[in-house]
Design a protein around this ligand. Structure first.
Ligand SMILES: [Fe+2]
Ligand SMILES: [Fe+2]
Length: 269
């Protein structure tokens, strides 16, 4: 089994069950040393995300709004949006392994571990979604995460934009959803909250891995001011976002490697 070619196939697999199975098997084979690295072609720049096969893709403003969390439909919309983030995150973690060649073994191990955790997150949320009578693909989605990844192809930029910006945003959003759900107090709301708590804990690890490899990539590129580089990279993909952030999960971000200065710069206008 060749590492990069197998990854290319798993990333392009659209069937969620198959992707999860293949991803889990691949991780196992990798840790057992059964995968060889002999890339025959450079990494592809994907033109469309793998979920295009079964999801209707719309502009971000047209995605159904997450509201009315007391209703079946409102909860379906919420769970679908989270499932979509998790599913996208599987591909993004695999893409980090696929795209960057001749990296230390730990780099591949880290991002495959993340991919397997994202598979678990997706499966957990999708199960709840199914209990409500929906499935992944039932609501329109946007492809913002995919676009951001394809707009950040070099390693410094990718580590800044995907784990250290997008996944870090998830650390802020997650407790707010948990808080909104606590108004209801029913069993199903509690089960969503429990799933979100598991996700939050593991996502701190993903952002921390991003922090580690962002630092590594900056050092390799001879970049001295990593804080300045971070803001430069994020602003390139998301202009005027920095300084506009409110309600950061400061504790989680600090655990994941954000400096106090970065946190201050993210929030101050
Ligand atoms: Fe996740
Ligand atoms: Fe993640």
């Amino acid at each position: 089994m060749e590492f990069f070619l197998t990854l290319e196939n798993i990333i392009q697999t659209s069937d969620p069950q198959k992707k999860i199975q293949d991803c889990t098997n691949f991780y196992e084979a990798f840790t057992k040393g059964e995968v060889r690295m002999a890339p025959s072609c450079p990494p592809k720049i994907f033109q469309s995300p793998s979920y295009e096969a079964f999801c209707t893709i719309v502009a971000p403003a047209q995605v159904p709004r997450r509201s009315r969390l007391g209703t079946r439909e409102g909860r379906g919309v919420l769970l679908h949006a989270i499932a979509h983030i998790e599913y996208s995150a599987i591909d993004l973690a695999l893409d980090a392994c696929y795209r960057y060649r001749s990296m230390p073994w730990e780099f591949y191990k880290d991002w495959l571990e993340v991919a397997v955790e994202e598979c678990r997150h997706f499966a957990m949320i999708e199960e709840l979604l199914r209990e409500l009578g929906y499935k992944y693909g039932d609501f329109p989605v946007h492809k913002g995460l995919f676009d951001a990844a394809m707009a950040s192809l070099d390693l410094v930029s990718r580590m800044a934009v995907v784990p250290r910006y997008l996944e870090a945003n998830g650390l802020d959003a997650n407790p707010k959803i948990i808080a909104k759900l606590s108004r209801f107090g029913d069993d199903f709301a509690k089960r969503i909250q429990e799933a979100l708590e598991v996700i939050l804990k593991e996502e701190i690890g993903h952002v921390a891995k991003g922090d580690r490899w962002f630092g590594w990539a900056c050092t390799r590129a001879g970049i001295q001011d990593m804080e300045q580089e971070y803001f430069k990279q994020v602003e390139r993909v998301y202009p005027q976002t920095l300084g506009s952030k409110r309600g950061l999960n400061i504790e989680a971000r600090k655990q994941a490697g954000f400096s106090s200065k970065e946190i201050a710069l993210l929030t101050k206008g």
